[in-house]
Ligand binder design. Structure first.
Ligand SMILES: Cc1cc2nc3c(=O)[nH]c(=O)nc-3n(C[C@H](O)[C@H](O)[C@H](O)COP(=O)(O)OP(=O)(O)OC[C@H]3O[C@@H](n4cnc5c(N)ncnc54)[C@H](O)[C@@H]3O)c2cc1C
Length: 657
């Protein structure tokens, strides 16, 4: 139940008020910015803002807020903001610049994103995202981000899935790295100016609430074990996604859910945890020795053609190594995406491409030693464009593939298979990016907003930077102006209570002297969620998974082995806390997936599909955002619903044919 209100200025919300401004879609953000309260420039230095996470969302927010004059404390668990997972982003960032004059517009980017998300995102948020996308590119160019350019000097674009226009800006296959270096330089400027204090190798383990408002955090110094508290007038989380709940994913090894989960346990609702993006083009799993998977960027689908052998017999020969892919005749190849989706071809959205690859494997037409792969073939592109052009566009990705597989993608097609990549779910936020805890905000991948049930490629970088550079600097000011600059009382007992809570948790973990390593638990959890809450889900499988996760949790707290002590660099302890949180999150993911008896985007319930095998939504019963409220240890969480209102787009069965 959402009360839609444009001007509500109460910050004691516990009901789900998305605070979507009234008025026409295209005017909402501008009007809202005007209605938001401002903090007088001379007063800004009286406010302290805590930002946890210095990836694209966090670094851009920290730099922008410090530039405005606020005092910022920024935290990350790596040794440098440059090691945030954002650095791994390869393919590009979307923006509705229409440089190609191919029919793009803010409205089209909005529409593609709503449709791509299978009509499970908020219209107002998505429109704002499309609107500010154009500013992001200007901002980054001004910082010196070396986007690829055409011969004449204009910024180049390429296509990504779910769109029929070219709107993806890129810097070879290293777009995230270049964008992060831009945000990092802006951040450094403010560190040098004394407006940002940076805490590296510091992990946030709890939020401090005073009178229901977020007023600080508890952290553990990962080198010394020191457990400290930090006070601020507002706390902003930009802590990334939780794809590593699956153990194997394309995320950086350190990516985790702990900050968001601890905030959840303090009262921040968690939304749509079952919406996971499984990316179609990753290097296939080779065995249980692996600790992570590698993405082959979606940009490769601009020129690479996806295919599987037409018959099981040919697939069998390929699997046994009796023939090579290049020996399979043209008429024996099934370019299944081009065949089934002639309009979008290889550039269908990720959920659709992934499901189709799985279908090939399920039919026995998978390739590679394990049979869990299809081909991504560049032979035609190399013939058409020449090897040099292909190398200039995708060289680093081809090198990466070669180094990992020892196969040359210039002469043999790549073998690819879907893998966990991104999480659309996350902390529930209103239009201002505030969670259900007043003063606690969530930005970037750690919030649930904007992508619905399936994110389009190149839209995560856009959202992270939109949140950090262009949304939060306005919306947090409104809250700060409302509460006033009175210093936060660091002697309030809530700080010590939260610190003791963290100490008790650390000690509890360290007391576990069982026989199984934390990594083993993580791997088992990953297996359960992948098997039953992965690409295809059923009532029966999910019910089974729920039982298995409960058993795993009980076993963890009895038999886990955590070595070492708190007062040292202790990877075993760090991992233990994160895995314990992943196990609880896994339970909520499965609960959410069980509740949502429809298919939409990345959430595919086998019981709910069209005759052609596409995701079949149930708009009458499920056109809502699920927001889960934590009710205490081992208690079932309570479901709240934010009904989604579509005034500008017509809900239809998604088609990319
Ligand atoms: C291989 C790969 C390629 C991708 N390519 C693209 C692409 O081409 N285009 C695109 O749009 N998207 C892409 N994505 C998605 C995109 O990279 C991410 O969604 C995005 O970078 C997330 O940014 P973020 O700022 O939200 O979080 P992150 O970059 O993950 O940063 C999280 C930050 O939070 C900190 N943190 C987390 N927990 C804590 C804690 N408890 N205490 C202290 N600090 C904490 C970390 O230290 C880090 O600084 C890709 C993803 C992957 C996996």
């Amino acid at each position: 139940m959402v009360a839609v209100s444009a001007t509500a200025k109460t910050y004691t919300q516990m009901t789900l008020d998305a605070k979507i401004p009234q008025g026409p879609l295209a005017e909402k953000w501008n009007k809202h910015k005007f209605n938001l309260k401002l903090v007088n420039p001379a007063n800004k230095r009286k406010y302290d803002v805590i930002i946890v996470g210095t990836g694209l969302a966090g670094a851009s927010a920290a730099a922008s807020l410090a530039e405005l004059g606020y005092n910022v404390k920024a935290f990350c668990f790596q040794d440098s903001p440059r090691r945030a997972h954002s650095i791994a982003a390869q393919g590009g960032i979307n923006a509705a610049k229409n440089y190609r004059n191919d029919g793009d517009s803010v409205y089209r980017l909005f529409y593609d994103t709503i449709k791509g998300g299978d009509y499970r995102a908020r219209e107002a948020n998505v429109y704002r995202l499309a609107e500010v996308s154009v500013n992001i590119i200007d901002q980054c160019v001004a910082q010196g981000v070396p986007f690829a350019r055409e011969y004449g000097g204009l910024l180049d674009n390429r296509s990504f899935g779910g769109a029929q226009v070219s709107r993806t800006f890129y810097a070879r296959g290293q777009t995230g790295q270049q964008l992060l270096l831009g945000a990092y330089s802006a951040l450094n400027r403010q560190i040098n100016a004394g407006k940002v204090k940076l805490y590296t190798r510091t992990e946030m383990l709890d939020v401090v609430l005073i009178d229901g408002h977020a007023k600080g955090i508890v952290t553990r110094n990962l080198k010394t074990g020191e457990i400290e508290t930090h006070a601020g007038h507002a706390v902003l989380l930009a802590t990334g996604g939780y794809g590593n709940v699956f153990y194997l994913s394309t995320n950086a090894i350190g990516s985790n859910v702990t900050a968001a989960w601890r905030a959840h346990k303090r009262g921040a609702y968690f939304s749509n945890p079952c919406y996971t993006q499984i990316h179609p083009t990753c290097i296939p799993v080779t065995g249980s020795h692996q600790s992570k998977l590698t993405l082959m960027s979606e940009s490769l689908r601009n020129d690479g053609r996806v295919w599987a052998p037409k018959t099981v017999a040919i697939a069998e020969q390929l699997r046994k190594g009796q023939i090579k892919a290049s020996q399979v005749k043209e008429e024996d190849r099934d370019y299944f995406l081009e065949r089934k989706y002639p309009s979008f071809g290889n550039l269908v959205p990720r959920d659709v491409a992934s499901r189709n690859a799985k279908e090939m494997v399920d039919e026995g037409r998978g390739v590679g030693g394990s049979g869990f792969a299809v081909f991504l073939d560049f032979a035609e592109a190399i013939q058409r464009l020449g090897k040099d052009t292909v190398a200039a566009k995708y060289g680093n990705l081809f090198d990466m593939y070669y180094q990992i597989t020892d196969e040359d993608p210039y002469t043999q097609p790549m073998r690819i298979y879907p893998a966990v990549h991104y999480t659309m779910g996350g902390l529930w936020v209103d239009y201002n990016l505030m969670t259900t805890i007043p003063g606690l905000y969530a930005m970037g991948e750690c919030n649930f907003s904007d992508h619905g049930a399936n994110r389009l490629g190149a839209s995560a970088l856009m959202q992270g930077l939109a949140d950090g550079y262009f949304v939060i600097p306005y919306t947090v000011g409104d809250y700060l102006a409302t509460i006033g600059p009175k210093p936060v009382d660091k002697n309030h007992p809530a700080f010590e209570e939260a610190r003791q809570n963290v100490i008790a948790n650390v000690n509890k973990l360290l007391s576990l002297k069982g026989t199984k390593t934390v990594v083993e638990y993580h791997r088992e959890l990953g297996h359960i969620v992948w098997e039953y809450c992965g690409m295809a889900r059923t009532e029966e499988g999910l019910t089974k998974a729920l039982g298995l996760i409960k058993e795993l949790k009980a076993d963890f707290w009895k038999n886990a082995l955590i070595v070492g002590k708190n007062e040292e660099l202790n990877a075993s302890l760090e991992r233990a806390g994160r895995v314990a949180d992943f196990i609880e999150l896994g339970e909520l993911m499965v609960t959410d997936a069980l509740m949502r008896r429809e298919s939409c985007g990345g959430h595919f319930r086998l019981e709910s599909q069209t005759p052609e095998g596409e995701a079949l939504r149930d708009d009458d019963n499920f056109a809502f955002v699920a927001a889960w409220e934590y009710k205490g240890e081992n208690q079932p969480e309570e479901l709240h619903k934010e009904e989604l209102v579509f005034e500008n787009v017509h809900l239809t069965q998604r088609s990319y044919k």
